[in-house]
Design a protein around this ligand. Sequence first.
Ligand SMILES: C[S@@+](CC[C@H](N)C(=O)[O-])C[C@H]1O[C@@H](n2cnc3c(N)ncnc32)[C@H](O)[C@@H]1O
Length: 356
Amino acid sequence: MKLANCQDNLLVWGDNLQVMRALQAGYSQRFALAYLDPPYNTGSRKAGAYDDSMSSSGWREFFGERLLALWPLMRPDAVVMIQIDERELGSVLMILERQERRIINHVVVKMSELSGVKMNHAASRLPKLKEHLLIVAVGPDSLLCNLRLPKTPASLVRYCKYYTQVLLNRDDDVSAWQLQPVRQAAAELWGWEPGVEGAEAALLALKIEHSKSLVYRTNNAFVAADKGRGIRPLTSPQGRQYIAWDDKQMLFLSDHLDEPLGDLWSDLSTINLNKEGGVAFRHSKKPEKLLERCLQLSTQPGDWILDPFAGSGTSAAVAIKMQRRFVTIELGDHAQTVTRKRLDGLGDFRFLRFTP
Ligand SMILES: C[S@@+](CC[C@H](N)C(=O)[O-])C[C@H]1O[C@@H](n2cnc3c(N)ncnc32)[C@H](O)[C@@H]1O
């Protein structure tokens, strides 16, 4: 069976290897992102759950041939994200090396809380909290979007301490700019009461409110080499604009209230994950916030995403909510009872039973 070129969102009930091979004709180079969350080979064979027990070599063959079927479906500038835990991480790295694929980032994601059954062993073994997300390039132009996150409250408190001066006349010519210590400005201009209970928290809030005028001096070799004095605009030979403050660079708090996303994602909550999406899918359901981030990093509205291991359908649910289009594949009977149920009512999609 071939799957004809179609513009509808698709949930396919069938084996992803056969389905991806059937997609080759109509869906070549279509997807901007593939998110793969395969069985982790936990050894579990519980009734009512998907079979998650293979030999290690069997798992490598299973995953390797599915990756080979995936690449032709991907846009040349696409990325593939593979989520896995430590059991088969080594296998995935080996397969990617053999298939000569470039890893853009190896992200560590917090996927659990310090609670539940794992705490029974906490005295003799560190509770498992993390998983791995390998972000793999399809071609040389595979890039991630620049994603910035608000600083955490704790890091904001630490960072704001450096900003001790207020620019009083930002709208004037730079050479006429005047500064005042922030505590003085806050008391005289913004109604801050020093010494009362909660004064420091109130000052922090005022700094954030006036962050466009809160400034800090930082080292910058280019500015230092200028050897000028006072506050003045400078342009580097590469055309970068600076505000120099004596031999340092002037930074504005408003430009630093957020920070670039790093490769350690510990901010995503997994509390009450079992309730998310209105369907139960024990143990391997992923948080929508995680998929939201994956889609933000690698896709634009209207782009296609492929998830060959749908499970409860998290990636498809998020794709609908973020105006992306999807093909998602699930082998288990829960394609009908869980995945389909989750997506029903969220947006339009076709449900197909794949028979080779
Ligand atoms: C780790 S779970 C995915 C969880 C999913 N990301 C979520 O958030 O709900 C892996 C899923 O892959 C499915 N699966 C395993 N082998 C498959 C195959 N050959 N074709 C399609 N789906 C498969 C399993 O039935 C299971 O639902």
